[in-house]
Design a protein around this ligand. Structure first.
Ligand code: FE2
Length: 162
């Protein structure tokens, strides 16, 4: 299998994290009662799919590296899913779900920033375009998950039992 460059490997990680994010949002949506928060999460899930799809389409144009990118993305997705399952056990509630998403979205944002920075050396136009779009999307996801968590936190009885 073709060896990936650092940049291609980071791109694969972005794809894998976006794939995992689809499963995470699906799980957290089920935990959430708040319609507004659920609607935000649904949009985030759709944008995660778009990120993964656009990333894979881009990888398809990298000479002979599509398979290696897919493999690396799958590995990353599996690792992220394992973390999610560890954090969100059977007793997880909506706020637990959003807490995990805050970490996951920060991770996604960080990875997109790394791809964008590494691409400054390579100046690949397609990667630059995807990274610019994904930076906007991920910045918003990170902000929205935090705001959603704070909305639910405000609804909790802070002095009530755990
Ligand atoms: Fe995201």
């Amino acid at each position: 299998m073709a060896e990936l460059t650092q940049l291609e490997s980071k791109l694969a990680e972005v794809i894998g994290l976006a794939q995992a994010a689809q499963d995470t949002t699906r799980k957290v949506i089920k935990l959430v009662d708040d319609d507004e928060v659920a609607a935000i999460l649904k949009r985030m899930r759709a944008e995660s799919k778009e990120t993964a799809d656009r990333g894979l389409a881009l990888a398809g144009n990298l000479d002979g590296k599509k398979t290696a990118v897919q493999k690396k993305a799958r590995e990353t997705k599996a690792e992220a899913t394992e973390m999610m399952q560890t954090y969100l056990g059977d007793d997880a509630d909506a706020l637990d779900g959003l807490e995990f998403m805050i970490m996951a979205e920060a991770g996604e944002l960080g990875h997109v920033e790394i791809v964008s920075k590494m691409n400054e050396q390579v100046r690949d136009k397609e990667i630059a375009k995807l990274a610019k779009w994904a930076l906007d999307v991920q910045s918003r996801h990170f902000e929205q998950t935090r705001q959603a968590a704070l909305k639910l936190a405000a609804q909790e009885d802070a002095t009530g039992p755990e």
